[in-house]
Design a protein. Structure first.
Lengths: 350, 125, 174
């Protein structure tokens, strides 16, 4: 009788041991890879076997670097830099097509974004180590060069021609375009993946059948690893891809004479947008859309026009204000979870 | 009393042990963390892996690219870099699984491997 | 029959012997495990045998003093941090033992008591380490320490179960 009980207890112990073993064994199986591209960290978490993960990550970095070699405004050997330097230069079909997409987006967003603001952004120098406040005269002269109507994309001769003094700045689109390229690389194999590229995110497939991804939305008032809310996202048909991008005034800024200047410039004034927003996060179905919309929403603020833009692109957004209020568009309300109680929901009525 | 002590193990002992083991297993599942190690990545190469729980005294690692990384019990951070904006140094100490900091001009990334419980798959911002 | 004073003196002498035995065992343990690739924080804890015996036959104060002597010894050999960890672990482990031994109609033998108190010891150390570093990072280590606590705790408890009849024959308190 007694030995029977001992036996049962021993069996229980064995069961517990097996449970322990099983639990430690069934961790999610993904491969993580990191590289540096376009001056940002590119990280991919690939739900694929090691060899395929290596192959896919190579393809992703190739695609991203290829896009950068065409579109970078800071790399002097890029196609856009050549166009900017000479005012007119040959450009690959990819560069011409992507620039065309950017111009189209600028038009649809009513000039809130303008891809020809390069002369202005160069004056501020936010992408250099020494940003500065330009003089009013400098800015006025640079503002003169801005205008989509003076930009010519000549598909017949394969060239891009700028207006006098005009410069292209693809800054509001670049990372998004790169993530669209990464998506193309991922589609060759049907493995789920998350690709993070300097604060922009590409979601492909789902982490597990019937499960959704969670994307943390950075707390603008805290460090780069802190988030105040998370979005639970499930990329949907037809291509099961989702893109999240955030524009935040905290990303790049400098202080001069006690005034803080951030890097999100209004194409209308040439100065940093004056707004009570600190960041806008956009979930959209393409990288270029999420990237452009997050900047455009930041510049335009939360209003009827902004919401109509989001609606027309099938995109959703989270707005965060300096007073720690936030606003979530209707389509994202169920996916949104607040993780920091010091933030409060903003009441907005159109 | 003497009689009972002659037995080396009793069923109750094993049941208690099983309960603790089950708790350990549950914790391993829920915690799912592997936040004990940190990686230093330069370019695409992992140049150093540090077991943060095994660190007893703080020390620094000088990388070939001029970046210096500080390691202490349970934490890793950038302590010096030749880059102009010093964003990497200002990122502070990383302690939790999944946290990372980068020195972009030097293409150097430090991160605590693994994922904290309920940690998101990615961060935007 | 022996008078109160002699009883006290005997208790003190036995406690001192147990403390010495505990130190000897932890020293023996370090030489034994020196070559083994044990994860950090994982060790057999043979000195637990002495502490548990003290707790069972001499009572709480004696067991606490044995743990304190052990922590003091660690202060000399391994420095203040390790000593603080040892003290926190030892304190919690003795309290756990005492509590378990108090239970009437206890079904646990020394093996079970030892296993649970070893777990308490590791928990105490872990809490102290986390507090010192100021982060909860070490908590990820918890499952490993629970596992090792149970394993080695059972082992040392079984040893005590085995030697208890012999110790009883010594008639230390008669």
């Amino acid at each position: 009788m007694k030995s029977n009980r001992l036996f049962r207890a021993a069996a229980l112990l064995c069961a517990a041991l097996t449970l322990c073993g099983a639990l430690t064994g069934c961790a999610a199986t993904y491969e993580e890879r990191t590289a540096f591209a376009m001056g940002s960290v590119l990280t991919a978490r690939l739900y694929a076997p090691k060899e395929d993960a290596d192959l896919l990550f190579d393809r992703i970095t190739e695609k991203v670097n290829a896009a950068d070699a065409c579109l970078s405004a800071t790399d002097p050997s890029s196609e856009i830099s050549a166009v900017n330097a000479k005012g007119s230069a040959n450009a690959s079909a990819f560069t011409r097509k992507t620039l065309g997409d950017m111009v189209m987006l600028c038009n649809m967003l009513n000039g809130t974004l303008d891809v020809t603001v390069g002369a202005v952004t160069q004056l501020w120098g936010f992408s250099t180590d020494h940003p500065r406040l330009p003089s009013e005269e400098e800015l006025r002269a640079a503002q003169e060069t801005v205008g989509l109507e003076r930009l010519l994309i000549d598909d017949v001769n394969g060239t891009i021609v700028l207006g006098p003094g005009q410069k292209i700045d693809p800054g509001a689109f670049g990372k998004g375009v790169a993530l669209d390229e990464a998506r193309d690389a991922l589609q060759s194999k049907a493995y789920s993946a998350v690709v993070s590229f300097g604060g922009s995110v590409l979601l492909f497939g789902t982490p597990k059948k019937g499960k959704s991804w969670t994307v943390g939305v950075r707390d603008p008032f805290s460090g780069p690893n802190d988030y105040f809310a998370s979005l639970s996202l499930t990329p949907d048909k037809p291509d099961y891809t989702g893109f999240v991008a955030t524009s935040g005034s905290y990303e790049k800024q400098f202080t001069e004479d006690g005034v803080v200047y951030h890097h999100i410039l209004s194409p209308l004034t040439g100065y940093p947008v004056e707004t009570d927003l600190v960041s806008v996060t956009v979930y959209a179905t393409s990288g270029i859309n999420s990237d452009a919309l997050s900047t455009a929403c930041f510049i335009n603020g939360l209003n009827g026009e902004t919401l109509r833009w989001l609606n027309s692109f099938g995109a959703e957004a989270v707005f965060v204000y300096q007073n720690k209020e936030y606003y979530v568009t209707d389509g994202l309300k169920d996916a949104f979870t607040l993780t920091d109680d010091s933030f409060t929901l903003k009441t907005y009525e159109e | 009393m003497k009689n009972k002590l002659k037995r080396f193990l009793r069923p109750a002992d094993l049941i208690a042990a099983a309960a603790v083991l089950a708790a350990a297993g549950l914790l391993a599942l829920l915690g799912g963390t592997d936040g004990a190690t940190a990686e230093i990545i330069v370019g695409r190469q992992t140049v150093e892996t540090v077991d943060l729980t095994a660190v007893r005294e703080p020390y620094t690692i000088a990388l070939d690219n001029g970046v210096t990384v500080a390691v202490e019990p349970g934490a890793i951070s950038f302590c010096a870099s030749g880059c102009p904006n010093q964003l990497c140094v200002r990122a502070g100490k990383l302690t939790k699984a999944g946290e990372s900091a980068a020195c972009l001009p030097n293409e150097t990334l430090i991160r605590v491997t693994g994922r904290a419980r309920n940690a998101p798959d990615a961060l935007t911002g | 029959m022996m008078n109160e004073k002699r009883k006290k003196l005997t208790k003190l002498a036995v406690a001192a012997m147990l403390a010495a035995a505990a130190l000897a065992m932890s020293f023996f343990e370090t030489t034994l495990t020196a070559g083994l690739p044990l994860p950090p924080g994982v060790k057999p804890g043979f000195s637990n045998i002495a502490v548990l015996f003290a707790c069972a036959s001499l009572g709480l104060p004696s067991a606490l003093s044995v743990a304190a002597v052990k922590a003091g010894f660690t202060l000399l050999t391994a420095g203040p941090t390790a000593s603080l960890l040892s003290l926190c672990g030892g304190l919690l482990s003795v309290l756990a033992m005492y509590f378990l031994l108090q239970i009437k109609h206890r079904r646990l033998s020394y093996a079970g008591v030892s296993a649970l108190s070893a777990v308490a010891h590791n928990l105490g150390q872990l809490a102290a380490a986390s507090a010192l570093v100021g982060s909860a990072l070490y908590l990820s280590w918890l499952p490993v320490l629970l596992l090792s606590g149970v394993g080695f705790g059972l082992l040392t408890g079984v040893i005590l179960n085995a030697v208890m009849p012999a110790l009883a024959k010594l008639k230390l308190f008669r």
